[in-house]
Design a protein around this ligand. Structure first.
Ligand code: FHN
Length: 500
């Protein structure tokens, strides 16, 4: 009997595990089998072809910046670490448990009186991002604590009430735009300390009245941002998972419509809203809600097919978690430049953008490790930019040695795992219309040997092209092989099938 019960439990668990709603970012998404009526579904086509969206597709690398009151604390207070007491450094307001300081929330909510970042220089940040190779920046204008880094008319809890006083968002928009980096404004819908915010769906008349005031406040702040900062390219919404916001699907549908009408070309990701059935990111028929898939957060797709052709970006922390400044990086694994370059090339090889997060401290300085990584990424991209920007997925069997990207008849393979025999073998479908004709190292344009290898592996739909690396080639970083694709001289030989 026990075994039958165990079998039933395992079966149920496996069904839940492949449920599309659970598997949105951990595996292939299956379109719902039954079409339902959706009134509050997508407001834009799934694949916009306007100039702003084409620019989004070409970014490759972006920078995320989490900066706010939490940056003063740096994930600790008076030498006591909040690690284990708060879910993430920018969630430190919610610090609880035995390590939390006495009256901590009250202390946190008065920290703005100390906010006076003496070393903040938006132009310096923008220059660093430019040198790193970032093509867009996502900047936290207001995180879950509700503190606004712009002088909003709709809340007193903003930068003008701090000793710093000045409009930080404007400085960021101006400095990054001047460097040719597109600016997206991060905006948290949820606000922990807003008296009119509630997590649960409003039920009583009083709750509905309060939440309606919150919705009006949210709309006002977003319209205010579009008025103040007309040069921005998009919004990056967050904090939209609570039942209260999900219940306001008609309001959010109309608000998205209004924002797009006010700012033609505006780009909004899939995290902003849900349809009337509560389906977020994708409506109940599996159609994307927004201009790109905005669920890859500290996650990367394992297969191109998982994306179903949608545009997407992946946002990533250097520490395991923690987007706001963390003073102490000891005792945790923080990603290396090689890790991050691998994630970057994996993202662009699947038509995505990779967005690396920086969490400056309360004075406006990046963490020293962030400065180091930004410099190293920039040095690598300077050499290999051709394989990173404006490229698309190459329809080839993924390589175990690295990642393919393609632009017209140029095929790039960014190699992270250099083969011991010095031969980079590339699988090409036997019926491919274009095959590698020449190969060279991108770093110095040195031509490389290239020969076809018909292995005769039965039932194998591929033929192979071997790129021969120079014997003395010992790079200490990932390198790019650039190949020119040509019409194959002769069709791959048809071999007799193995008999057994
Ligand atoms: O709760 C936030 C978190 O603080 C951070 O801002 C990330 C990065 O976008 N988003 C949410 C967690 O998924």
């Amino acid at each position: 009997m026990k075994n039958i019960l165990k079998f039933v439990l395992v079966t149920v668990a496996s069904i839940v595990a492949i449920n599309p709603a659970n598997a949105q970012w951990t595996g292939p998404k299956s379109k719902p089998t039954k079409e339902v009526e959706v009134k509050y579904g997508p407001l834009t086509p799934p694949h916009r072809t306007d100039a702003d969206m084409e620019a989004f597709r070409s970014y490759g690398l972006g920078q995320f910046i989490h900066w706010g009151i939490y940056s003063i604390a740096g994930n600790e207070w008076n030498g006591i670490s909040a690690r284990g007491g708060a879910a993430a450094s920018e969630w430190i307001r919610s610090w609880s448990g035995p390590t939390a300081p006495k009256d901590w929330t009250k202390t946190y909510d008065n920290l703005y009186k100390q906010f006076n970042p003496k070393n903040f220089d938006a132009k310096r940040w923008a220059k660093q991002a430019k040198d790193m190779g970032a093509k867009y920046v996502i900047f936290t204008t207001k995180h879950h604590d509700g503190f606004a880094l712009w002088p909003t008319k709709y809340s007193d809890y903003n930068v003008s009430a701090s000793p710093y006083k000045k409009d930080i968002v404007k400085q960021i928009v101006d400095a990054y735009t001047a460097e040719g980096i597109d600016v997206y404004l991060y905006f948290s819908i949820l606000e922990w300390n807003n008296p009119n915010y509630m997590g649960k769906a409003p039920k009583t008349d009083e709750e509905k009245e309060k939440f309606s005031k919150f919705l009006t406040y949210t709309r006002n702040q977003l319209l205010e941002q579009l008025d103040n900062y007309p040069k921005i390219k998009g919004f990056w919404f967050d904090g939209t998972w609570d039942a209260s916001w999900k219940s306001a699907y008609e309001f959010t549908y109309n608000l998205e419509k209004e924002l797009r009408e006010k700012h033609p070309g505006l780009i909004i990701g899939s995290r902003f809203r849900n349809d009337e059935h509560g389906s977020r990111h994708f409506d109940s028929n599996g159609n994307i809600l927004g201009d790109y898939e905005q669920g890859w957060e500290r996650k990367l797709p394992a297969e191109f097919e998982w994306l179903n052709g949608n545009d997407w970006d992946a946002v990533m922390t250097i520490p395991p978690n923690g987007w706001g400044y963390m003073k102490d990086w000891s005792g945790i694994y923080t990603k290396t430049t090689d890790d991050l370059l691998d994630m970057l090339m994996r993202s662009v090889s699947m038509n995505g953008n990779f967005v690396l997060n920086f969490g400056p401290d309360g004075n406006g300085n990046m963490h020293p490790e962030e400065d180091k990584i930004a410099k190293e990424i920039g040095e690598w991209i300077k050499i290999n930019a051709e394989a990173v920007y404006g490229v698309r997925h190459a329809a080839l069997t993924p390589s175990k040695l690295g990642y393919f990207t393609q632009k017209d008849d140029n095929l790039y393979l960014t190699v992270f795992n250099q083969p011991i025999n010095g031969i980079v073998r590339i699988a090409v479908p036997k019926n491919a219309k274009l095959v590698p004709g020449t190969a060279a190292l991108l770093v110095n344009s040195k031509n490389l040997g290239l020969k076809q290898a018909d292995i005769g592996l039965d039932l194998d739909k591929n033929t192979y092209y071997d790129v021969v690396l120079p014997k003395d080639f010992r790079p200490n970083k990932a390198f790019v092989i650039k190949m020119k694709l040509v019409v194959p001289k002769a069709k791959a030989a048809k071999l007799m099938d193995a008999k057994m």
